[in-house]
Design a protein around this ligand. Sequence first.
Ligand SMILES: [Zn+2]
Length: 142
Amino acid sequence: MRFYSKYDRIEYVVIAKQHETVGTHRRTTRGLTAKFHNHYFDSEVAAKDLQWSEEDRKTVERHLLEHGDMGIHLYVATDKPKDAPIDTELQPLTRCIATVATADGSQLCGEPALDGKDLCEIHQKEFEAAMAGVEELKEEKV
Ligand SMILES: [Zn+2]
C-alpha cells in the first residue's frame, strides 16, 4: 500500500525500538517505522527492504490508516491531493504511442497515456471504438 505525505522525509514510528534485557544480555528490538522518501511510503517495498513479516506490514499500514494525520497531510497515495508533487521516480510518465497525421507526414501523439495503457484518453477511446467495430471516428485514425 502506498501512502503520500505533504511532508517529505516524515517518519511515523509505529513500534518504538525497545531495549530489553534477556538474562545478562541487553538487546534492542528493531521497532517499526514508516519512513517517507520523496513524499511517499510504500509498505510493500519497505517490507521487502527491511524484511518485515506480513503482520509487521499490516501493523504499519493500520497505524497509518488510523493515524490522526490521515486526510489532513497524510493520504493513501491514490487519494493524494491535486497539488501533490509529481512522483516521477515511482510513476514514470508514459506517452501515447499513437501516430497522428500532420501536414508534414505523421508524428507521435505524445500526450500522457492513461494508467496502464500505451494510449492517451482520446486515442484509447478511438482504439476501443475501432475494436468494437464502430466506424464513426474517421479523423485522426490510429
Ligand atoms: Zn494520443
